[in-house]
Design a protein around this ligand. Structure first.
Ligand code: ATP
Ligand code: MG
Length: 567
């Protein structure tokens, strides 16, 4: 492909609104352009990268027994009403009406469509299991679209769904998919971890997220320093056994703590450690208010709270709600004397002795607060986020944190959708049974950005060989020079014939501009045809290492092939 004929609008300066490297570089190197917040065009280079990632995904999905299909992006609301998600999905689901005022959703995910399809077409155990997948544009009206295509409102996803008559069959396919994901992300050159994403009711093995390790990741991975345990911090259980913090039980005492609201302010004012404080937070769990207690140095894990109550939502009550229900401000809450809301507490609170907590009165706290004597808790359980230094949940080693970008997710759905939507099959005994399902997603466009996060330097992107939009960048320094243009054209044809996909910079630009653009775009090997063209010599530069060599045109093919296999 000639560069003069393709669309690669590079930009010299960093765009002001791009905070992270992948966003900056994909804009600057002319891969993407924003259309609206979280909505992007993929220009020719990005399109080629996406096709390469998709090819890897397809190969691995097919090997794992998947069959490709393509479902509609625009979906009848009735399906979402059947599953119940029309009501529970919230504003992330983009909804629209057709000319007859019928409701539709733009596919945020396709469980509803696939379940209805399989329900209508598969009736017997003999046709199970089946794994169907597609690569398609998804729509989610994200609250905070950001980081370019890492979190878009329109993005490309591979989603696969499997249907089974036995749990064993689901377990088998899940294992195959898990392995396929390992292969896919390895082939993309990514440094990633498969982490446990759920340790809730269904046990620890039923969903994994694939996290690309990156400082810009929005997820935190909790991993053990001495075993292969790794989980999303949201899900990692805390197994610490708490000791009593003190033996002395003294009289409850109310103290003035003027303008001291946070744990930090109160603990330093009263000369106690954060561990001696009880953090009390009013949560709205679905439509019920709950006072949640954790130790001052801990944070409430709202997902554990949600799971405890089997709720769809758990969020902090507002200042107004807190005032109305408990009669005081957020900074002075405490469990003493509270009887109108349920109180649940983290395990650490059970053993706290002579603690400090809010007195439910502006500018006052209690000292020497003790559970049972001073307040009643309806349940002690694990309600806090795991922290660095905590015991690893598998009992081996201590926990460390890393940031991750979720690029893939495999999930055992069970019968959640098949039961709601009546997707049943006849078993060997002629009995109707709900199908058992799994689902498996990969953010294809997010994967592209993640690769850039891990593969760049100060000059631009450094694409891994099998993901790069072109194999080679052939640069004719001066197209007006007859020797140079002739040799460039000759090499262009020869290398194309040899099976390389190459980009030839035939533009009438200054050499500096061409080299800077080439570094920015980041193709693995650059071949420069310059002053020594008349002698049949070109320069070969490896983008990754910066290594440069002069090569006779007769040896070029061998040199390139050696470099590409070594990368
Ligand atoms: P996140 O927690 O990042 O919002 P999710 O849990 O909502 O992700 P899934 O519903 O499991 O994601 O979707 C499958 C995959 O689609 C994710 O693993 C991710 O790679 C990708 N994905 C999800 N949301 C987006 C988005 N807004 N932009 C780009 N890719 C996304
Ligand atoms: Mg999401």
């Amino acid at each position: 492909m000639k560069q003069s004929k393709i669309l690669i609008p590079t930009i010299k300066e960093n765009p002001a609104d791009a905070d992270i490297k992948s966003h900056q570089l994909l804009l600057r190197a002319g891969f993407i352009r924003q259309n609206a917040s979280g909505i992007y065009s993929y220009l020719p280079l990005a399109h080629k990268v996406l096709r390469k990632i998709e090819a890897i995904v397809r190969e691995e999905m097919d090997l794992a027994g998947g069959v490709e299909l393509l479902m509609p992006a625009m979906q009848a609301a009735e399906l979402w009403q059947e599953s119940g998600r029309w009501y529970s999905y919230g504003p992330e689901l983009m909804r629209l009406k057709d000319r007859h005022s019928r409701d539709f959703a733009l596919g945020a995910t396709h469980e509803e469509v696939i379940t209805s399809l399989v329900r209508d077409e598969i009736k017997t155990y003999k046709k199970l299991p089946i794994t169907l997948y597609q690569i398609q544009t998804k729509f989610r009206d994200e609250k905070r679209p950001r980081f370019g295509i890492l979190r878009g409102r329109e993005f490309i996803m591979k989603d696969a769904y499997s249907f089974h008559s036995t749990q064993k069959s689901l377990d088998d396919i899940y294992e195959k998919m898990y392995q396929a994901y390992i292969n896919i992300f390895s082939r993309c050159g990514l440094n990633f971890r498969a982490v446990i994403a759920d340790s809730g009711a269904m046990g620890g093995k039923d969903t994994h997220e694939f996290m690309v390790l990156s400082e810009v990741g929005e997820d935190t991975i909790a991993y053990s320093d001495s075993s292969n345990y790794a989980a999303n911090i949201e899900m990692a259980p805390v197994i610490t056994k708490y000791e009593k913090t003190s033996e002395k039980i003294e009289e409850l005492e109310k103290v003035k703590t003027e303008n001291k609201k946070t744990i930090e302010e109160v603990s330093s004012f009263l000369h106690v450690s954060a561990e001696q404080c009880i953090k009390s937070l009013l949560f709205k769990v679905d439509d019920k208010y709950v006072l949640v207690l954790v130790r001052g140095d801990h944070e409430v894990n709202d997902i554990k709270l949600k799971n405890l109550f089997g709720a769809a939502n758990a969020e902090l009550a507002s200042a107004d709600e807190t005032k109305e229900i408990l009669g005081c401000t957020i900074g002075s809450l405490g469990p003493v004397g509270i009887s109108n809301v349920d109180i649940v507490a983290d395990n650490a609170i059970e053993n706290i002795t002579s603690a400090v907590c809010g007195a439910n009165e502006e500018d006052y706290h209690y000292k020497n607060v003790n559970p049972i004597r001073d307040f009643q808790v309806s349940q002690y359980t694990d309600l806090r986020f795991i922290q660095e230094g905590d015991l690893s949940p598998d009992g081996n080693g201590t926990i460390l944190f890393a940031k991750g970008i979720e690029v893939g997710h495999v999930f055992k759905l069970g019968t959640r959708y098949s039961e709601a939507m009546g997707a049943t099959y006849l078993d060997e005994n002629g009995r109707n049974q709900p199908m058992i399902m799994g689902c498996y997603g990969i953010g294809v466009s997010r994967t592209m950005a993640s690769i850039v996060e891990q593969y760049h330097d100060e000059n631009g992107i450094v694409w891994p060989v099998n993901i790069a939009p072109f194999d080679l960048h052939l640069i004719a320094v001066n197209m007006k020079d007859d020797d140079q243009s002739a040799l460039a054209e000759e090499l262009y044809s020869r290398l194309k014939e040899a099976g390389y996909d190459l980009l030839m910079d035939d533009r009438q630009e200054r050499p500096g501009v061409k080299f800077a653009d080439a570094d920015l775009i980041g193709l693995p090997v650059r071949i420069t045809v310059g002053k020594k063209a008349s002698e049949g010599i070109v320069e070969v530069k490896v983008r990754k290492t910066g290594e440069v060599q002069e090569v006779y045109k007769e040896q070029l093919a061998d040199t390139i092939s050696n470099i590409l296999t070594s990368l």
